[in-house]
Design a protein around this ligand. Structure first.
Ligand code: OAD
Length: 250
């Protein structure tokens, strides 16, 4: 677990950032992004499907891939890792929770004001207009993908695809949090995809010299930079970290 000196620093942190990736949802049964895909989708790589080009080339395939992933996330329940971050939000003066995940599990666990850098799989957009189309507003007439009720264009999942820009306001809030926090926990992410992967680096370099902690069973490109690499599963390590904080706070 966290060495006493680092635990003391974390317990004094006024503003903590938690950055999460697919690894925190792995124990909820949601495959990570870089896990091999299973079943029908085994022959595709996620990176090949999560692009605007793939969607335009085969809208039905990409739409159905997200329908499959939605069926997994809707069946999934938040795990002890998600719940530990809900408790952490109560323990620290200010917690900014930033996630790359689109599964909505942090919000379902009870976390508030989650910054969803890559969107949310439960939302739907018009591909041509880029605007949200609430579930009740389009008829599921069996066409895959369904069509926009306003312009007749193809509907798409409200997630960020490779090569697309992130929601600007959300990204700015995330970057501001990293630039001003006292501690950043990088949890369950391979730290490969930018701009999310640059947030821990910016925290480490910020004026407060933020404490940088990684929670992951495996090393990542960020590991050499962190103050503490907690090796293991988020569902085991985050509850232990929260218990340590509760003990020190008495
Ligand atoms: P990845 O699949 O790239 O990485 C998952 C990370 O979680 C790996 O480092 C695993 O070692 C780790 N992991 C696995 N099980 C874990 C557990 N129980 N507890 C803690 N860590 C565990 O997923 P991301 O890093 O989230 O973006 O991928 C980032 C982005 O890449 C995704 O959001 C997606 C993709 O491009 C877009 O779709 C735009």
């Amino acid at each position: 677990m966290l060495p006493q000196a680092l635990l003391a620093r974390l317990s004094l942190a006024k503003h903590v950032v938690a950055l999460t990736g697919a690894g925190i949802s792995a124990e909820s049964g949601v495959p990570t992004f870089r896990d091999a895909q299973s079943g029908l989708w085994a022959r595709y790589k996620a990176e090949e499907l999560a692009t605007p080009e793939a969607f335009l080339q085969n809208p039905r395939l990409v739409w159905n891939w997200y329908a499959w992933r939605r069926s997994l996330t809707q069946k999934a329940a938040p795990n002890a890792g998600h719940l530990a971050l809900v408790r952490l939000q109560e323990l620290v003066p200010n917690l900014t929770l930033i996630t790359q995940n689109v599964d909505g599990l942090h919000t379902r666990a009870g976390s508030r004001d989650v910054l969803e850098l890559h969107g949310n799989i439960e939302t739907t957009l018009c591909f041509d207009e880029g605007t949200r189309v609430p579930a009740g507003e389009y008829t599921d007439d069996g066409r895959e993908p369904p069509r926009c009720p306003r312009c007749g264009g193809l509907l798409r999942p409200g997630v960020v695809w490779f090569g697309e820009s992130l929601p600007q306001a959300t990204l700015e809030r995330a970057e501001r949090a990293a630039a001003t926090c006292d501690a950043l926990l990088s949890i369950g992410t391979s730290s490969l995809v930018h701009p999310a992967a640059s947030l821990p680096v910016s925290a480490k370099a910020n004026r407060r010299g933020a404490l940088l902690i990684e929670v992951n069973p495996s090393p990542t490109p960020l590991t050499p930079l962190v103050d503490a690499a907690l090796t293991g599963r988020a569902g085991d390590l985050l509850p232990q970290l929260v218990q340590q904080l509760e003990a020190i706070r008495g």
